[in-house]
Design a protein around this ligand. Sequence first.
Ligand code: ZN
Length: 115
Amino acid sequence: MNYLMLRLFARPVLAIFGSLFLYITLAYWLPQKFTASPIFAPLGAAIQENAGFVPLALFLFGTAWCVANGYRLWRWSIGEEPCCPRCGMMMEFRTGRYGTYLRCIRQNCRGKLDF
Ligand SMILES: [Zn+2]
């Protein structure tokens, strides 16, 4: 179960914390580095003025990804999501040479489902 949590929520949580790091970089760190130069100071001010959009988009994307994976986890727990035929773990969509298929998200399990 812990592996499942890590597999489902590590990347969305990383995106959320990355958005905070990106906001700090764009709003405070980068303009502060640009203030010494007379040429780049207006650029730093412009970056600081518009620093909110990209981190906000990344934050909302990470939050929506968390909600979507939580919804998939809930559907799997009540038996609505397809399960691995070998171990019963959640499945994920993959695209291969012969089209789309479902693959087990457990690392060393080779469980597959074709459509
Ligand atoms: Zn499996």
